[in-house]
Design a protein around this ligand. Sequence first.
Ligand code: SF4
Ligand code: SF4
Length: 63
Amino acid sequence: MYVTVKVDKDKCTGCKLCILTCPEANVITLNEDKKVCINSNRCKGCFLCVSVCPKKALKEGSV
Ligand code: SF4
Ligand code: SF4
């Protein structure tokens, strides 16, 4: 088990702020439905994205 970020797709507006904030390239991507998707294998668990999301669509989680 390791830490990652969980996405509440009902809240995500696709504003991309989390993508711009994430220090790791291509960990957060936008799906075809304009909702973000987290590549959990490469997420470092810094949770910067969680703190910047204006819609509180991201939260700490584990898989
Ligand atoms: S910052 Fe929040 S609302 Fe904006 S794209 Fe990321 S998860 Fe979605
Ligand atoms: S927790 Fe850090 S590394 Fe993981 S997706 Fe968010 S900003 Fe990127």
